[in-house]
Design a protein around this ligand. Structure first.
Ligand SMILES: Nc1ncnc2c1ncn2[C@@H]1O[C@H](COP(=O)(O)OP(=O)(O)O)[C@@H](O)[C@H]1O
Ligand SMILES: [Mg+2]
Length: 230
């Protein structure tokens, strides 16, 4: 039996902007199971990034419960949520978010440095990941010397390096041409499945939707399951 890894119970989220409240989620319930690849689609401003930020504990719900691996994020303070995120979650962003003043290897080791996990085995893992992602020879470069596709592959390695159980990806191919994007996605899908990780990805790419186990969208502040991409 596959266990739930991410659970929302009665989750509501409102932003207050310029004195006006804007409801993004209204009483959302959902369960994402271990090892599932969920794709989140929907129009701009519908709340896709907000949902990822709620899962990662960067943002907080107003009402309801978010449980990750059976632990409620609402019961944690900001510091506890940060530590929990560093351990359990890997994030891939649209604009790669590599640190320009650090070499590729130092960018890659950063999540381990933050959790005090750098040792021989983890450095070996870093080299192995760069190899799998075909960017092994780039480890001493700085990010600005790399193409977009290469930078995103480094960002994928960085999201995986600390062996998190959950990968969150927010439009990871949004800045890449179609062919490069497809290549990056199939590598990400392969590595995530190989390790049995759970992934939630925001994307507009129809190719990814074909790889996903589930496709969700946000409609009227609720999460709705799509049987086929509309
Ligand atoms: N930090 C914030 N403060 C105020 N409003 C926000 C904030 N983050 C997002 N929003 C609003 O919430 C809605 C959903 O945003 P977002 O999750 O970024 O949408 P998407 O990723 O689907 O484009 C938008 O109307 C956006 O303006
Ligand atoms: Mg967004």
């Amino acid at each position: 039996m596959t266990l739930p890894i991410i659970e929302f119970q009665g989750l509501s989220k409102t932003y207050i902007e310029a004195g006006r409240s804007h409801l993004v989620f209204n009483q959302v319930d959902t369960i994402i199971k271990q090892g599932e690849f969920t794709v989140l689609v929907g129009k701009s401003g519908s709340g896709k990034s907000t949902l990822l930020n709620l899962i990662s504990g960067i943002d907080c719900a107003d009402k309801g419960v978010i449980k990750i691996k059976d632990q409620s994020l609402s019961g944690m303070n900001e510091n506890q949520r940060t530590l929990f995120r560093r351990k359990n979650i890997g994030f891939v962003f649209q604009n790669y978010n590599l640190i320009p003043t650090l070499s590729i290897m130092d960018n890659l080791l950063l999540p381990l440095e933050l959790t005090g996990q750098i040792n021989e085995a983890s450095i070996e893992r870093a080299h192995d990941l760069l190899d799998k992602l075909s960017v092994k020879d780039r480890s001493n470069y700085f990010p600005d010397k790399l193409s977009g596709g290469e930078q995103q592959r480094i960002a994928i390695a960085r999201a995986l390096i600390h062996e998190p159980e959950i990968i969150l990806a927010d439009e990871p191919t949004g800045n890449l041409d179609e062919e490069t994007g497809q290549n990056v996605l199939s590598l990400l899908d392969e590595l995530v499945r190989e390790a049995g990780l759970t992934m939630v990805m925001v994307t507009h790419s129809r190719d990814v939707i074909g790889l996903a186990d589930r496709v969700l969208t946000i409609r009227d502040c609720k999460l709705v399951e799509l049987d086929s991409f509309e």
